[in-house]
Design a protein. Structure first.
Length: 284
C-alpha cells in the first residue's frame, strides 16, 4: 500500500474554486476540441515482442484506456474521438486502468452510454483508480458498466483464449485507496498462460506483477504529469515515463484521457495506447 496524498481543506477549496471557474468559462468544450475530438486524440502504438508467442496470438491487440475523470471537463458526447478510434482499431481486448470520475459515480452517468460502447471484440477488463473510491461508492461504477460486458478485476483475473492459446489478465485494487491489495489473487490466472498482463492503476505496483510472471503491466494515474513543465511536475504524482523495462517485462503507463483541476494538458496529450503482440526476432 502507498500512503494516499491528503490535501488541507484550504487547498481543496482552492482547487474546487479553480475547477468551477474553468468549467464556467467553457473549459469542457475547449478540452474536447483541443484534446479529445476525432483527429486530435493520440493513438500511441506499442509493440510487445515475446519469444515463443503462439501463432494464434500474433497481431493480438490490447487497447488501454485510462483516467477519463468524468466530471466538470468530460461528459456526454466527449468520447466521440475515443469511440471512433476504437472502431478503427477494433482491438481484441480493451483494458481500463482506473480513475473513471473526479468526485463520485454521479460524474460518470452522463457519459455512461458512450462508456458502455468502449469495449473490446473479445473482452473488456477494468481496475479501479484512487479517485473511484470516493465515499466508498466504487460499486456504483462497476455495476453501471458490467451489464455492457466490462469485467472488473478486483484482486482477480480472467483469460482470453484464441485457438487454444491463452492470454491471462489480472488486476488489483488501487494501491492508495483500495482496501486490501492482493497481487497473488490478481495473478491467479497467470499459471500456464502464454501471455500474462497485469492491470494496476498506480505504476508502483508493476514490480509485484512482474515477480509473479507478468510480461506486461498496464498503468495510468500520472496523466503523463498532465502539465509537463519542469517547475510544475512535482505537483502531480510521480511519473515513471511512458514505457519502462522491468527485467524482461514491460511497464506501459498511459497518459490517460481526462484531466483533474484544470482543463489543460501541455506536453502530455490525451491518448489511447494500442499494444500489439508480436513474435520476438528469432522466435519461432
Ligand atoms: Fe487520474
Ligand atoms: Fe489516479
Amino acid at each position: 500500500m502507498i500512503q494516499p496524498r491528503r490535501h488541507s481543506s484550504l487547498r481543496i477549496g482552492f482547487f474546487r474554486a479553480v475547477e468551477l471557474t474553468a468549467a464556467l468559462l467553457g473549459g469542457r468544450r475547449l478540452y474536447h476540441r483541443v484534446h479529445l475530438a476525432p483527429g486530435r486524440l493520440l493513438v500511441r502504438r506499442e509493440r510487445l515482442e515475446l519469444e515463443g508467442l503462439p501463432t494464434a496470438l500474433r497481431g493480438f491487440t490490447i487497447a488501454q484506456l485510462s483516467d477519463i475523470h468524468a466530471g466538470p471537463f468530460l461528459a456526454r458526447g466527449d468520447l466521440d474521438g475515443v469511440l471512433r478510434a476504437l472502431d478503427e482499431e477494433a482491438p481484441d481486448v480493451v483494458c481500463w486502468t482506473g480513475d473513471y470520475v473526479v468526485h463520485g459515480p454521479e460524474n460518470m452517468m452522463p457519459a455512461l452510454d458512450e462508456l458502455c460502447r468502449c469495449i473490446g471484440r473479445r473482452a473488456t477488463f477494468a481496475v479501479f483508480g484512487n479517485h473511484d473510491y470516493k465515499g466508498r461508492r466504487e460499486l456504483k461504477i462497476s455495476e453501471a458498466l458490467m451489464a455492457s460486458g466490462w469485467q472488473f478485476l478486483r484482486n482477480g483475473g480472467a483469460t482470453v483464449e484464441v485457438d487454444g492459446a491463452r492470454v491471462a489478465f489480472g488486476g488489483v485494487e488501487d494501491l492508495e485507496e483500495g482496501k486490501g491489495v492482493d497481487f497473488d489473487r490478481g495473478a491467479e490466472t497467470f499459471a500456464g498462460a502464454d501471455v500474462r498482463v497485469g492491470l494496476c492503476h498506480h505504476p508502483r505496483g508493476a514490480p509485484d506483477f512482474v515477480q509473479r510472471g507478468a510480461h506486461l503491466v498496464l498503468s495510468g494515474h500520472s496523466h503523463g504529469t498532465q502539465v509537463d513543465l519542469p517547475w510544475l511536475r512535482r505537483l502531480g504524482p510521480p511519473h515513471p515515463g511512458l514505457r519502462a523495462r522491468l527485467g524482461r517485462a514491460a511497464l506501459i503507463v498511459s497518459r490517460g484521457l481526462g484531466v483533474i483541476g484544470i482543463p489543460l494538458r501541455i506536453g502530455a496529450p490525451a491518448e489511447i495506447v494500442v499494444v500489439e503482440l508480436v513474435s520476438a526476432r528469432g522466435g519461432s
